[in-house]
Design a protein around this ligand. Structure first.
Ligand SMILES: NC(=O)c1ccc[n+]([C@@H]2O[C@H](COP(=O)([O-])OP(=O)(O)OC[C@H]3O[C@@H](n4cnc5c(N)ncnc54)[C@H](OP(=O)(O)O)[C@@H]3O)[C@@H](O)[C@H]2O)c1
Length: 332
């Protein structure tokens, strides 16, 4: 098989020829058609992620066809078109993951390859309404968006919600899911073009987070959102605490800009706020996300598709985040 391998920190991925995979007990081999990138892959290549091991095949998202099954796995899986839930060893609690939770693509070899082995429990039928590229774009970002918005955020129909940095791979799913659920959706971005794209997808309007006083303009136009979904955090986090409605919720699934400079506890308790963390999702979240996507015909937004051999180009693009939606790698 072919695999894009990270052999050392801050080095390009190297295309290597490896022996064909064989599945362990309880596992299957999936011949991958497509994979997708996540911000995590970028952090790992930069050496900025806990528990990095070398060599490692990155990639949490993949779609393909089951080619082999290990001991204890029904042979009827062979030939099935599948996507992979990258949330491994979540455990049996919906409220949070178990201690040994991990994500496909570190420490276990991932999907930037022509084959991957995964536990049978991670397999789901490829959604019928998606092509191979779209199917690979869904798992990690769709799962993270679904849990942040519904399981943790408790989004209600008709609620006013703000999504920050709408160009992000997860944020575009938050947008699509929130619109499908009947929320009134507002967004921020660094780019007018991305805001225009978001409006075409159903957002009411957007604001440039790079503009001074964007939050004041926001309140004048939209009022105070009762739910904010954010993955940037950083110095601007205090602005979100000012912006959110009394009794509102702010859900974070990332901290792209690092920790907030300060956390004004007085505002937190006076406004009766709930600050909620969210990471990936449980097996139940994944199944619910697939059902929701199928019911509402949600089609992942793909910014660009590259061949597996062009994986480094795709990773380098993430340095400046010009994308709206996902980068996909294809083996065809
Ligand atoms: N906890 C989890 O399970 C989980 C899962 C997935 C991702 N994450 C984390 O969540 C973050 C986003 O991941 P992703 O895969 O969606 O990344 P991505 O596709 O690379 O998107 C990053 C986006 O961040 C936005 N951004 C940058 N600076 C911002 C600012 N000052 N204010 C608001 N938004 C800003 C940009 O939006 P615009 O382009 O619109 O300006 C950019 O497109 C990353 O930190 C990632 O590590 C966590």
């Amino acid at each position: 098989m072919k695999a894009l391998v990270l052999n050392a920190a801050k080095q390009p991925l190297e295309m290597e020829e490896r022996a064909e995979l064989t599945p362990d007990s309880g596992d299957v081999v999936v011949k991958l058609k497509t994979a997708a990138l996540n911000r995590r892959d970028f952090w790992i290549t930069r050496g900025m992620y806990p528990g990095i091991v070398y060599p490692i095949i990155l990639g949490s998202d993949g779609a393909g066809v089951v080619s082999q099954v290990g001991e204890g796995v029904e042979s009827s899986w062979i030939g099935n078109e599948v996507i992979i839930n990258p949330s491994l060893d979540w455990g049996n609690k919906q409220i949070a993951q178990a201690d040994d939770f991990n994500i496909l693509g570190l420490p276990r070899d991932g999907t930037f390859a022509t084959e991957v082995t995964v536990p049978e429990s991670q397999l789901h039928a490829k959604p019928a309404h998606l092509n191979w590229e779209e199917a690979a774009a869904l798992p990690l970002a769709g799962l993270t968006a679904y849990r942040a918005l519904f399981s943790q955020g408790g989004l209600q129909q008709g609620e006013t919600i703000l999504i920050t940095g709408v160009g992000g791979g997860v944020a575009t799913f938050v947008l699509q899911f929130a619109v499908a659920a009947g929320a009134e959706v507002w967004v921020t971005s660094s780019s007018e073009q991305k805001i225009d794209r978001a409006v075409k997808l159903g957002a009411k309007r957007g604001f440039l987070y790079t503009a001074e006083n964007w939050a004041e303009d926001f309140v004048k136009t939209a009022g105070a959102p009762s739910l904010i979904i954010d993955s940037a955090a950083g110095p601007a986090y205090d602005t979100l605490i000012d912006l959110v409605a009394m009794g509102g919720r702010i859900v974070n699934f990332g901290a792209t800009l690092g920790p907030p400079d300060k956390l004004e506890m007085r505002k937190l308790f006076w406004k009766q706020l709930r600050l909620q963390g969210s990471t990936m999702g449980s097996p139940a979240d994944f199944e619910d996300m697939l059902k929701f996507s199928a019911k509402h015909g949600v089609v992942p937004i793909i910014d660009a598709t590259y061949s597996l051999a062009e994986g480094n180009t795709a990773i380098e693009q993430m340095k400046v985040s010009p994308q709206f939606g996902k980068y996909v790698l294809t083996n065809d």
